[in-house]
Design a protein around this ligand. Structure first.
Ligand code: UD1
Length: 385
């Protein structure tokens, strides 16, 4: 059974890694890995393949960045000949990025079965590009694998036949559990001059709704600046966000550090920089970032995956959005939606700081490190029918 697996953007790579490993253990499955090239920088792509032990992609479509229409169209144009040449039994897509819907559309129109991993998640916010990608991909998929029960309920409500839906757990958490010990050996904390005593905050921001508009990004930076007066705030900056910061939305208390040594350009050590203040870094690799999250006092983010990872790590997460497609993280108590108003962000941060016992690792149902194994077993049973 030949399955083409599609990986395009950074959050896809942690989901593909355990699937490639599980498929590799089953002679019945012959996996072919296609990288669309949606993300292409060393720190947004190559580093993840190396750290997570993902085999070199069998092909890279090299599409790169562009507007939504152009990027989606380019991925479709480049993927169609691959499906023609490879004649896969099925195409497997993960998550909710443009590569997911683009390759999904090509696959079903060419008669391949479409498998969606991380199906059913809904923010119910159609201004999010990812929500459109999720709705459309699920509508055309033959097999839908859900990471949490809300996904199963959403798909049922949308009329997806029961036999297509499988609740299997979370492949991103498979990767976290596999790499937890390895990440502990990362020297990133020492490099940045912080310690394991939950004394610092970590920030990531990349949602267009937060970072593309200075009127949104500016007030968020004011809140981060305020937090940075009391504790180091470590902020690995997504390329999209960097463009905005370089265009002037900067906090007064921030210091740009280079990633490699956590050093300020010019050779100063990271230690002084980390006493307090906002420390802006290039994007980090998977292992360094996992270690940073695991020992942080609090994580502030607008990412989807980080809401899930902090749940398993027991690190309090403040999500700078008004909604989440991953409600189990809120139900479990590790994640809170705080929007992007600086007063609300600061009030929530103060509450986390006042609650010394709020670090409690919790495990949502089936987030046990075996999701990819379940998917592989179900695929063999379903596709060989
Ligand atoms: C994409 C996904 C988003 C995911 C995010 C993770 C869509 C619609 N969005 O958003 O769901 O959470 O990836 O990062 O698919 N860039 C680089 N180097 C790279 C990649 C991007 O510099 O390797 C810059 C480019 O300027 C590009 C911008 O980042 O224009 C945005 O990249 P793009 O892939 O369009 O979307 P993301 O914002 O990364």
């Amino acid at each position: 059974m030949k399955i083409l697996l599609v990986a395009g953007a950074r959050p896809n790579f942690m989901k593909i890694a355990p699937l490639m490993a599980a498929f590799g253990e089953r002679p019945a499955i012959s996996p072919v890995l296609v990288h669309t090239g949606q993300h292409y920088d060393r720190v947004m792509s190559d580093l993840f393949f190396r750290e997570l032990g993902i085999p070199e992609p069998d092909m890279n479509l090299g599409v790169g960045s562009a507007s939504h229409a152009v990027q989606t169209a380019e991925i479709m144009r480049a993927f169609e000949p691959v499906v023609v040449a490879e004649k896969p039994d099925a195409v497997l897509v993960v998550g909710d990025v443009n590569s997911t819907i683009a390759c999904g559309l090509v696959a079903v129109k060419m008669g391949a079965k479409l498998i969606h991993v991380e199906a059913g998640l809904r923010s119910f916010d159609r201004s999010m590009p990812e929500e459109i990608n999720r709705l459309l991909t699920d509508a055309i998929s033959d097999l839908l694998f859900c990471s949490e029960l809300s996904g199963v309920e959403n798909l049922r409500r949308e009329g997806v036949p029961e036999k297509k839906i499988h609740f299997v757990g979370n492949v991103m958490i498979d990767t976290l559990l596999t790499n937890r010990e390895k990440a502990e050996r990362s020297g990133v904390l020492a490099t940045l001059g912080v310690d394991e005593g939950r004394s610092y905050a970590v920030v990531t921001l990349h949602r267009p709704s937060n970072v593309d508009d200075p009127a949104m990004m500016g007030p968020i930076m004011v809140a981060l600046d305020e937090i940075g007066r009391e504790m180091p705030v470590i902020f690995p900056v997504h390329p999209r966000t960097r463009a905005m910061l370089e265009n002037g939305v900067r906090s007064s208390n921030s210091a740009f550090c280079t990633q490699e040594a956590g050093r300020k350009p010019g050779g100063q050590g990271g230690r002084k920089a980390a006493a307090s203040g906002l420390i802006l870094l290039d994007p980090l690799g998977y292992l360094d970032f996992l270690k940073l999250m695991a020992h942080a006092r609090v994580v502030l983010t607008d990412s989807g995956g980080i809401q899930e990872e902090t749940t398993i790590l027991g690190t309090p997460c403040l999500t700078l959005r008004d909604n989440t497609e991953r409600p189990v993280t809120v139900e479990m108590g590790t994640n809170r939606l705080v929007g992007s108003d600086p007063e609300r962000i600061l009030a929530a941060w103060r509450e986390v700081m006042a609650d010394a016992g709020c670090q409690k690792p919790v495990q949502p149902p089936l987030w046990d490190g075996r999701a990819a194994q379940r998917i592989a077993d179900i695929l063999i049973a379903e596709l060989q029918r």
